[in-house]
Design a protein. Structure first.
Length: 159
């Protein structure tokens, strides 16, 4: 979806967008384990995980960390100079993501409030797992979106 910075408030109570599907690979899981130091066997020991739980599963924080990747596919805001993460109100890991699964993000705009020279946008993020009824993750995130400071210069950036 593409909209103007001045139109953000019009999205309250509406779906913002849905990303493309992304396959969770063992390589991505292994690289996340290396980056975070979390090498628990359920994530990286393929042989043991296959034997004991039917395959490896992605780290919950890996799934959460993919939100910015998906954001860029869901919404483009014209007339925006920058966006800053402001935090999360609620994050719930609802369903493990097995290696080979495909996931995507569905975003819903919960609120937009003017503050700190920008707009605080509260988004409900649901990461779905293809073929599963329960989502992998539901997270309410807050971003501060700032409009262009330079009059007459259009700036396009993805959320």
């Amino acid at each position: 979806m593409e909209l103007q910075f001045s139109e953000l408030h019009e999205k309250v109570g509406q779906e913002i967008g849905t990303s493309n599907w992304l396959e969770i690979t063992q390589d991505r899981i292994n690289r996340f384990a290396d980056a975070t130091g979390d090498h628990q066997w359920i994530h990286v020991d393929v042989e043991r995980a296959n034997r004991e739980i039917g395959g490896t599963i992605a780290h919950g924080y890996l799934i959460l960390s993919l939100l910015p990747v998906f954001f860029n596919e869901c919404l483009t805001i014209n007339g925006m100079s920058r966006i800053v993460n402001f935090g999360s109100d609620r994050v719930r890991l609802k369903n493990p993501v097995k290696v080979g699964a495909r996931i995507r993000l569905v975003q819903f705009c919960e609120s937009v409030k003017s503050s700190a020279g920008g707009k605080i946008v509260k988004i409900k993020n649901t990461i779905e797992i293809e073929g599963e009824k329960r989502p992998a993750l539901i997270a309410e995130t807050l971003q501060i979106v700032y409009g262009d400071e330079l009059v007459g210069k259009e700036n396009t950036a993805a959320v």
